[in-house]
Design a protein around this ligand. Sequence first.
Ligand code: ITT
Ligand code: MG
Length: 209
Amino acid sequence: MSDDFGQEQAIRKLKPGRLVIASHNPGKVREIAALLGPYGIEPISAASLDLPEPEETGTTFIANAELKAMQAADLSGLPALADDSGLCVEALGGDPGLFSARWAGPTKDFGMAMQLVWDGVQAKGPDASHSAHFVCALALAWPDGHVEAFEGRIDGTLVWPPRGQNGFGYDAMFQPLDHAISFGEMDPDAKHAMSHRAKAFEQLVAAVI
Ligand SMILES: O=P(O)(O)OP(=O)(O)OP(=O)(O)OC[C@H]1O[C@@H](n2cnc3c(O)ncnc32)[C@H](O)[C@@H]1O
Ligand SMILES: [Mg+2]
């Protein structure tokens, strides 16, 4: 959580502007770079620094985001921002949740992962809820071990078949509440105006940038 020491340190260290994006997911890196755009902070990708992908052993989104950010800050000697996120489906008791990336298997086949989600919901019967939400935890860590985390959420409905080619992961099967198109059909700017990632980012900006 934010405190005076953290804010002071963040302002001192982020203003001049180099920040490692501790993610190996190109879709996320693209979205985080777009969100950072207005703040004059130069994003450096984990891939360009050859940072390893840590094992995600946490039992919460925040714990996983913190462990990814802390490892990247420690190895790079720079402030690092990590994202742990996922799709939580009501009819599946919150699955795939923390395991959203793992449901796509080693080949990262999200066509298959979306099918698994839909088949799971169908197996619950015709009255099963189609409600779902995305969660995003963002953790900002410094090389001295200080870390702050923020969480955002967006609620919506599953749609089938998947719709749209924009975004990544489960975007094509998720339609935010009060909208008529899926994240996969939405312009990136429209997604950034409302997404779980944007909501976590707003809090991060309010606390530290
Ligand atoms: O851990 P890093 O390296 O950041 O990359 P990852 O893809 O493994 O990321 P996670 O461990 O946080 O897994 C979250 C998965 O949830 C999905 N996801 C998260 N945010 C999403 C979004 O905005 N739209 C669609 N799918 C999303 C996406 O498929 C991710 O692979
Ligand atoms: Mg991951």
